[in-house]
Design a protein. Structure first.
Length: 227
């Protein structure tokens, strides 16, 4: 990656509750010229439309399920194609989440000549830590931002993004969380392994530290690729 003309791209992955969204925000502030693509935001935007697809996706997402995989690929591919400039990096927050998505994403990165400049940041936490965080986290009723149960966010009473009212997610109970963690192992881990086998550097970070320490570990791991 040294001497490369294209900027770095980041794929931020990890089990539910690992802090992907929080660390993605910190990466955006630090590296400046990066276009952020969060799969959750794309789904929420689609769910807010009155289209047939939007209505169907909303029903699935509200129930805590996963929509047809091709929709996710379509959404992020459209977002990249119409918005990312040549000199901008890409931050993929929470995707790809299936092996077929990983293959499509890597092929698209190769088309854009970005595959040699892309790092995978894996935030690792235990299943028990994930359950503890997810049963206590909240979501903004107004903008949909998730408020993690870590550090300073434990004391937040309104959304720090828009000031909206906070509530717990209906699917954030122990059984629902275990189902989603099981899905992560069955689907997301194979996607991660596929990208690793294809040569993308994997930076494994301990996600059970403070937000600040997690981010410092990310910067240390990224440093040798950012030259």
């Amino acid at each position: 990656m040294k001497g490369s003309k294209k900027p770095l791209n980041f794929i931020v992955l990890g089990p539910q509750g690992c802090g992907k969204g929080t660390q993605a925000k910190l990466l955006l502030k630090h590296f400046k010229n990066i276009y952020n693509i969060a799969s959750g935001d794309l789904y929420r935007n689609l769910s807010a439309t009155d289209s047939d697809t939007g209505r169907r996706v909303k029903k699935i997402v509200d129930a805590g399920g996963l929509s047809y995989g091709g929709i996710a690929t379509m959404l992020w591919m459209h977002e990249i194609a119409f918005n990312v400039k040549e000199k901008q990096g890409i931050l993929a927050d929470g995707f790809p989440r299936r092996a077929d998505e990983a293959q499509s994403f890597l092929e698209f990165l190769k088309f854009l000549e970005r595959d040699k400049n892309t790092l995978i940041i894996l935030l690792h936490i235990s299943e028990q830590e994930a359950i503890n965080r997810l049963t206590k986290r909240r979501i903004c009723k107004k903008c949909g931002q998730l408020i993690p149960w870590v550090g300073k966010y434990k004391t937040i009473t309104v959304c720090d993004n828009c000031g909206g009212e906070l509530a717990t997610r209906t699917d954030d109970d122990a059984d629902g969380i275990r189902r989603r963690l099981a899905w992560y192992k069955e689907s997301a881990v194979p996607a991660l392994n596929y990208l690793k086998k294809q040569g993308l550097p994997l930076l494994k970070i301990n996600g059970e530290q403070s937000i600040e320490n997690v981010f410092q570990d990310i910067l240390k791991a990224v440093k040798k690729y950012a030259k």
